[in-house]
Design a protein around this ligand. Structure first.
Ligand code: ADP
Length: 574
């Protein structure tokens, strides 16, 4: 739990680091993009300046060839006409002033009242070259570029045409330009700039004014700190509202105008872009983390739930197993008890039948005795045929006795036979043989038409006999003392089931719903019958074969018991 929760701040920290990384990368990329564009803009600004100045250079060169100016240079000609020409030219081109200067600086003609020129660039014109310079006017403090073109006359240079251009003409074209650009000279003074704040600021502090600048004309440079980011020089400026607070500093020399073009490119857009990107990256990382966290939490909760369920299941299974074991033990015990009951029931039935059986065995025994005695007499009288006849009867009676005894033995045996295919007709016949004496004693008539073929069912032979004996002897009990007692036995097939019915026309069942309860008996206790076990044992036996036993009162009077059993799959012909 704690470890998982500690992951959250760690992940947030990692996301912040990622966002910072993105910021650095994006910032460097944006700086490089801005610097590239700045370089191009710088070149453009420089070209514009040189292009502007080139017009005045050509003006100076053209005027130097003018015949009136040439005449004036030679000391002849009309000064007023030349000055009028200069004035016109200056008005048309926007030059600050135009003048014709003799060697030594004396002014031969001028558009405005200029006294003298002794500047070095004018000297260059007298050497045959084109002079170029920039300077601050000592009188009015105006900044101006100046060209000096030599006036050639028969191999000499009697004078030079000087054209001066005020910087405001160039600077006017930069008004409103978002680019901060300025041009510095050899003395590190900003001579032209697109921002008024920068003009005439000097980067090198102290010392007197450099040549060309009047005393007090220069200001100190705008304070700034410099650092390098991603290979670019970044300036932190405190230059007021019209200069960027932080800017990339670019520089590029323009030898044509003897100046270095410099630009300050605002880094704010780069900063904004990088910040935006880093925010997005951070937000995406945090969002992703949140989603992953939520998923992991859900899986964990699910796993916990599953584990709890599995535990509960295991407990339940253990309990079910325990119960099953207890149940099967109880079942085992029940089976044991039932087997004991079956045996007890059998012995009880045997007890009930013993009187009849002894009679059954006594009768043929007596007959055998008299047949044997008579056979002896017949032999003495030499009537072998009749003696043989008697012997045959004896043999028949002995076989009958043997059959009875065999049935008794089988019935009394503690049975553990498996369920198999049993002939139901044979079962009924054996049961009838066992209960014959009792039925006869009760004076009961029997309706029993055995089917022509054996009817095979699933069950145990001796146990089924026990059931049949039970039903028959119950019916005989019910008919005891009734003069017209009839027991009807029937076997019918109903699909895959075989139904054996034993019906009587006795008084009927008193409480049909109780007859299968153990120890339920309506018969007198102490009477030869009446343990109340017969039907409950029969019930257990039939159900153990997958069959069913039922007892009901018939509409026409008397009781009917039916035993339903599965038919054996293979029927063997009789
Ligand atoms: P027992 O024969 O020892 O009484 P049984 O379980 O065989 O025990 O029978 C239970 C009771 O069912 C009998 O006491 C009797 O009341 C009733 N009964 C069984 N068969 C019949 C029948 N054929 N007619 C009337 N009642 C019957």
């Amino acid at each position: 739990m704690n470890r998982r929760l500690m992951l959250i701040p760690a992940y947030v920290l990692a996301s912040a680091l990622l966002a910072y990384g993105v910021w650095l990368h994006a910032y460097a990329g944006e700086l490089s993009r801005l610097a590239d564009r700045g370089q191009a803009d710088l070149v453009l600004a420089g070209d514009r300046l040189t292009g502007e100045l080139r017009r005045y250079r050509e003006l100076a060169v053209l005027l130097a060839d003018h015949p009136a100016i040439l005449a004036r240079a030679e000391g002849e000609g009309d000064q007023d006409a030349v000055e009028a020409l200069f004035l016109r030219s200056a008005d048309k081109t926007g030059a600050m002033d135009i003048s014709l200067v003799a060697p030594g600086g004396r002014v031969l003609a001028a558009s405005t009242g200029v006294a003298a020129y002794r500047a070095p660039y004018v000297g260059r014109a007298f050497q045959g070259a084109l002079g170029f310079s920039h300077a601050v006017d000592a009188g009015q403090g105006r900044r101006a570029f100046a060209y000096a073109a030599p006036v050639h006359a028969e191999g000499r240079i009697p004078a030079a045409v000087v054209v001066r251009i005020g910087t405001e003409r160039v600077e006017a074209t930069w008004r409103g330009d978002p680019l901060t650009v300025f041009f510095t000279d050899d003395e590190n003074v900003v001579f032209v700039a697109s921002r008024e704040e920068l003009v005439l600021r000097r980067r090198t502090a102290g010392g007197g004014s450099p040549p060309g600048y009047p005393e007090g004309a220069l200001r100190d440079f705008i304070p700034h700190e410099t650092r390098v980011v991603a290979g670019y020089e970044i300036w932190n400026l405190q230059g007021g509202p019209y200069l960027p607070a932080e800017a990339i500093h670019l520089a590029r020399p323009f030898p044509v105008v003897e100046l270095v073009a410099e630009a300050l490119i605002d880094t704010a857009p780069a900063w904004r872009q990088a910040t935006l990107l880093s925010f997005v990256a951070g937000a995406v990382a945090l969002g992703l983390g949140a989603v992953v966290f939520a998923l992991v939490e859900r899986r964990r909760a699910l796993a916990l739930k599953l584990a709890a369920e599995a535990e509960a299941n295991a407990k339940l299974e253990a309990r079910v197993e325990e119960r099953t074991r207890a149940l099967s033990e109880a079942n085992q015990q029940l089976r044991q008890t039932q087997a004991e009951l079956v045996q007890a029931g059998k012995l009880s039935a045997l007890g009930q039948m013993s009187a009849g059986i002894s009679h059954e065995l006594n009768q043929p025994l007596m007959a055998i005795r008299s047949y044997a005695e008579n056979a002896g007499l017949f032999l003495q009288r030499e009537e072998p045929a009749r003696a043989a006849d008697n012997l045959a009867r004896i043999s028949e009676l002995a076989r009958r006795m043997g059959r009875i005894i065999k049935n008794l033995r089988a019935f009394a045996r503690q049975e553990s036979e498996a369920i198999g295919n049993v002939d139901l007709v044979g079962v009924v016949d054996a049961a009838l043989e066992l209960t014959e004496a009792k039925l006869r004693g009760a004076g009961v008539a029997l309706h029993w038409q055995p089917p022509a073929q054996s009817v095979m069912v699933r069950g145990g032979e001796v146990r089924l006999q026990q059931v049949a004996v039970n039903l028959l002897s119950n019916a005989a009990d019910a008919l005891q003392g009734q003069p017209d007692g009839v027991i009807s036995i029937g076997i019918v097939r109903d699909g895959g089931r075989i139904r054996l019915s034993v019906a009587d026309n006795g008084p009927g069942i008193v409480e049909p719903e109780r007859i299968f309860d153990p120890f339920y008996s309506t018969k007198e206790v102490g009477h030869s019958e009446g343990m109340g076990l017969g039907l409950s044992i029969s019930y257990g036996i039939v159900h153990s074969f997958g069959g069913a036993i039922a007892g009901r009162n018939r509409a026409e009077g008397g009781a009917e018991f039916t035993v339903e059993l599965d038919a054996a799959e293979v029927e063997v012909a009789a």
